[in-house]
Write a protein that binds this ligand. Structure first.
Ligand SMILES: [Zn+2]
Length: 260
């Protein structure tokens, strides 16, 4: 699969892409608005996204909606199936485990390569500021901004690796809805664990120790697997609830006089 940079929309790895907002074109507005609604949970996991309803709701043309759905599918926000149309993507357990195994390797590689390049001009200073930031976050003692801070941390390390494909592959294998739930339900204890992992990774990169950097980064991602599987189970349940609600709604619609 090939994706142009225009197609890449990534709230976890690059939260800024959503925060920056659309470029001004209608297609971009529709894309960002729909992505935001999925990320914010306004469209539930498994919910059907009906073109005609979206067209009316967003006040745009059908082709803009169709184009946005296509781009959202590339970014794994939605799933498009021949007889069902578009639904909000609900990854299953196997897909999620696969995603985190991929992340483990990619983030391990990113940290390893960053440690190998930390001696290049400016990189030590970047790592020092990441270490300082972790201390600030720990002193604040709150997980409130973790989604943003976490994205920034991993992005900085992966950019230092000099391997652009790492970011691209992370984007391609990402299920945005998973991360929404992950950050929404993050416990304080788990946030503290993440902070301590980040410190280990950052110190290893700063010290130019590729083996340690890779080890800590992989371990950090591996810890996410159980949590991600729990989220998958929850998503499947939510998706079933959405399906049940949809069925009873369509029954009411098709039999309006049933109670009369
Ligand atoms: Zn992290």
């Amino acid at each position: 699969m090939t994706t142009s940079s225009q197609d890449t929309l990534v709230p976890f790895y690059k939260p800024a892409a959503l925060e920056e907002g659309p470029s001004g074109s209608v297609a971009d507005y529709v894309l960002h608005e729909m992505a935001r609604r999925i990320v914010d949970g306004e469209y539930r996991p498994g919910q059907r996204l009906v073109e005609a309803e979206l067209t009316q709701d967003l006040g745009v043309s059908r082709s803009s909606v169709r184009e946005a759905l296509r781009r959202l599918e590339i970014n794994r926000f939605v799933r498009i199936e021949p007889n069902r149309g578009a639904t909000v993507a609900t990854p299953n357990r196997d897909e999620i485990v696969a995603q985190f195994r991929i992340r483990e390797v990619l983030c391990g590689l990113g940290a390893r390569a960053a440690a190998e390049r930390v001696h290049l001009p400016g990189n030590k200073a970047i790592m020092q500021s990441l270490l300082d930031e972790i201390e600030v976050q720990r002193a604040l003692g709150s997980e409130k901004n973790h989604r943003r801070d976490n994205g920034r941390f991993h992005r900085a390390i992966n950019e230092m690796s000099g391997i652009a494909e790492i970011g691209e592959l992370l984007d391609q294998s990402n299920f945005p809805i998973l991360h929404t739930i992950y950050f929404r339900d993050l416990s304080h204890a788990h946030w503290e664990r993440n902070m301590s992992d980040h410190l280990d990774i950052a110190r290893a990169v700063f010290n130019g120790d590729p083996v340690a950097a890779e080890h800590f980064a992989k371990q950090h991602m591996h810890r996410m697997v159980d949590i991600a599987v729990a989220i998958a189970t929850q998503l499947q349940q939510e998706s079933r609830t959405t399906a049940v609600a949809r069925r009873s709604q369509s029954r009411r619609k098709s039999a309006p006089d049933a109670s009369a």
